[in-house]
Design a binder for this molecule. Structure first.
Ligand code: MG
Length: 304
C-alpha cells in the first residue's frame, strides 16, 4: 500500500485513491493528446490529437478506439453542456463550437469586439448554461496545431458566452496565457491555469483563482492558488469535494480546496488534461502526450 502509481503528500489523498488501482494505458499513437470529454449516454470518450487534426473516440463497451473526426479544426478542449451536447474549442476554427444532436457543427463564438479569437483552448459550462473559455495563442503560434497567424486581439483572455444572447464578454484579462479552467462545486471560484512560461522567461506556470461575482457574470481580482512544481499545469477538473485534478509535467497533481498539493498520480508522459468518466464518474481519464490513460479513484467528478 499504495501502488507505485501514486505519490502521497497528505493523508487526505489516501482516502481518494484505491490502493491497488493502477494507471491503464488505453491507447497510444497520438502526437499531442488533449481535451477529453466522457459522454455518458453513449459510454464513450472523445479526445483531441491536435497536431494530427483529429478527434479520437474510445468506446467503453469494448475498449476499441476509432477516429471520430478528421480533419477536426485542430480541436483542443471539449466538454458537455447541460443538454448533453459536446462543446469544442477549435484552434484552426478559432472558435467555440457545439455539436448539435443532429450531428451538425454550430459556431457559438469566434470573435470578440469584432476581432477574431486567437485559438480557444479549453472550456467549462456553468449551471446557468453560460460557457467560459480560454483563448491563448497556441493554435496560431505556428502551423503545427492550427494555422499560424498574428493575434487580432493582441491579448490572451478568458471569455464568457451568455446563454441567452450569445454575447461574448471578457472576464479575465490579466493573464499571459490562460489555459485550463474549472469552477469549484459551489461555483464561488473560477480556477484558471496560466501557462505564460511558454512565452515569457520566468513567466507564470501557476493556477489562479477568481471569486465569481454574485450575479455570475464576472469575476473579481485573481490570486495565486498554486504553482506547478513539475513543468506546467494545463487542463484540470474538480471532484465533488472541490479537489482539483490537474495535468502537469510528471502526471496528475491533486490540489485540495486550500491549495495544498495532496498527492500525484504518476504518468510516464507529460499530462495535458484529464476528465472524470464512467457510469459512476469515478474513473479519471488522462491525456498524456502520445497516449490516453485512465485510473479508478475513490472520488467522483462533478456531473459536468
Ligand atoms: Mg489546454
Amino acid at each position: 500500500m499504495p501502488a507505485s502509481d501514486f505519490e502521497i503528500f497528505d493523508p487526505r489523498f489516501t482516502s481518494m485513491i484505491v490502493g491497488n488501482a493502477h494507471v491503464d494505458k488505453l491507447f497510444t499513437g497520438c502526437r499531442w493528446s488533449e481535451g477529453p470529454v466522457y459522454v455518458p449516454a453513449g459510454r464513450y470518450l472523445l479526445w483531441s490529437d491536435i497536431p494530427n487534426d483529429r478527434v479520437m473516440r474510445w468506446d467503453e463497451t469494448d475498449g476499441s478506439v476509432s477516429v471520430f473526426e478528421q480533419p477536426a479544426w485542430n480541436a483542443n478542449g471539449h466538454t458537455l453542456d447541460r443538454q448533453g451536447r459536446v462543446l469544442s474549442c477549435e484552434h484552426r476554427g478559432r472558435a467555440v463550437t457545439r455539436r448539435e444532436h443532429d450531428g451538425s457543427r454550430k459556431v457559438l463564438a469566434d470573435h470578440f469586439e469584432g476581432q477574431r479569437l486567437n485559438s480557444p483552448n479549453d472550456l467549462v459550462v456553468k449551471s446557468d448554461d453560460s460557457i467560459w473559455f480560454t483563448d491563448p495563442t497556441y493554435g496560431i503560434d505556428s502551423d503545427y496545431e492550427g494555422d499560424a497567424a498574428v493575434s487580432e486581439i493582441g491579448a490572451s483572455n478568458v471569455y464568457r458566452i451568455d446563454p441567452q444572447t450569445g454575447a461574448v464578454t471578457a472576464v479575465v484579462q490579466d493573464m499571459v496565457r490562460p489555459n485550463g479552467l474549472a469552477f469549484s462545486p459551489d461555483e464561488r471560484w473560477l480556477y484558471v491555469v496560466d501557462t505564460g512560461f511558454t512565452h515569457v522567461a520566468d513567466g507564470p506556470r501557476l493556477l489562479r483563482r477568481y471569486e465569481v461575482a454574485a450575479d455570475g457574470l464576472s469575476v473579481g481580482n485573481g490570486q495565486v492558488f498554486a504553482t506547478c512544481s513539475a513543468r506546467l499545469f494545463d487542463g484540470l477538473r474538480a471532484d465533488v469535494q472541490g479537489n482539483l485534478w490537474v495535468g502537469a509535467g510528471d502526471g496528475v497533481h491533486c490540489l485540495a480546496p486550500d491549495g495544498t498539493l495532496l498527492g500525484k498520480i504518476r504518468v510516464p508522459e507529460v499530462v495535458a488534461n484529464v476528465c472524470f468518466g464512467g457510469p459512476k464518474r469515478n474513473r479519471l481519464f488522462i491525456c498524456g502526450t502520445t497516449s490516453l490513460y485512465s485510473i479508478y479513484l475513490k472520488t467522483q467528478g462533478l456531473p459536468r
